[in-house]
Design a protein around this ligand. Structure first.
Ligand code: ATP
Ligand code: MG
Length: 304
């Protein structure tokens, strides 16, 4: 990186990437938090390590699976993406197998046929018919999937498999499909979802028995939370340091976010936008209040 010109601020409180953005127009700066990288934190490692353990097992007739459970905005999708990146060819934990890891995101209202179609097509097999594949096709393609299919399937928003849009009822026909997919194709599933997924899995003794459930916890207050604040602050394109780690500010942000990483990001994003629009050089508690930052609980209360 070139040295700052004489008289120009060095913005040493910012990451090198953010320094390049701090002088840019307000739109670029307001959107900058979308570019923020993933920050590792202690509580995620047991889950990450379990995922690596399952992925690296040989193909088993009765593979074990993992459910990462957590509330919305807790970082489940971000963690799945990290796991996928670590396992992909050339990644830090790449498998000695040419077939990439598959990441399937369940849209709302997804049906068992959609999952099977997405799974079989995502494997890149050229022999598949053009027509939409159905759950009943799984058994036909399972032998080749055992040979050439993915060694691990990551399923995001898995709770969407268990309830259709507009329906509060558990969709029980997806449970055997999930079980069959894992067992017939001998592939461990690493799924992420909210509590509804946990209840659905627990409703079926065979499925429950094949899943380890790990809850993604919030950041602990104190040092782990402060470390995350410091990492985030380096990505706030503001000309002066916000001192988020100061005890009163850190406590205010902890109370607002409950330690949930996505909530913290949302709150800081709102403060950042307000600071940019009002040409304020850094975040302070008064500004966050003026920006209307609310906790998730407060937001829900207002929504009612
Ligand atoms: N470790 C991390 N470092 C930086 N940003 C993170 C991290 N984990 C999550 N985030 C960010 O927090 C926000 C929420 O994360 P994510 O979308 O993974 O939550 P989620 O639990 O999947 O939510 P939902 O249940 O609503 O899908 C995203 O903007 C994501 O980029
Ligand atoms: Mg998600």
């Amino acid at each position: 990186m070139t040295a700052p010109l004489f008289g120009q601020p060095a913005y040493e409180h910012l990451s090198p990437e953010t320094r390049a953005v701090v002088g840019m127009n307000s739109k670029v700066r307001e959107d900058w938090l979308y570019q923020m990288p993933f920050f590792a934190y202690d509580a995620m490692w047991p889950i990450f390590n379990e995922a690596m353990f399952l992925a690296r097992q040989p193909r088993l007739p009765r593979p074990h699976n993992l459910l990462i459970e957590g509330p919305t905005n807790s970082g489940k999708s971000a963690l799945l993406a990290l796991i996928a990146a670590a396992l992909k060819p050339g990644g830090d934990h790449a498998l000695d197998h040419p077939v990439p890891v598959m990441l399937y995101k369940c849209a709302s209202g997804v049906r068992r046929d959609d999952l099977v179609d997405g799974f079989l097509r995502g494997s890149g097999l050229e022999i598949l018919p053009r027509r939409r594949l159905r759950a009943g096709d799984l058994i036909h393609y399972a032998p080749i999937m055992r040979l050439r299919g993915p060694r691990v399937v990551l399923i995001d928003e898995v709770h969407n498999l268990f309830s259709r849009a507009g329906s509060k009822h558990t969709v029980t026909d997806t449970i055997p499909t999930l079980r069959d997919l894992s067992m017939q194709c001998q592939v461990p599933l690493i799924a992420a979802g909210v509590k509804k997924a946990l209840y659905a899995i627990q409703s079926d003794p065979q499925l429950e028995n094949r899943f380890t459930v790990m809850r993604l916890p919030p950041l602990q207050s104190g040092a782990p939370f402060v470390r995350m604040l410091m990492a985030f602050e380096r990505w706030l394109p503001l000309p002066e340091p916000s001192q988020l780690r100061q005890p009163a500010f850190a406590q205010y942000l902890y109370d607002l976010s409950g330690g949930w990483i996505g909530e913290l990001k949302d709150v800081l994003h709102r403060g950042l936008r307000y600071a940019i629009q009002h040409q304020t050089p850094c975040l302070i508690v008064d500004l966050m209040q003026a920006a209307g930052c609310l906790s998730a609980k407060e937001r829900r209360a207002v929504d009612i």
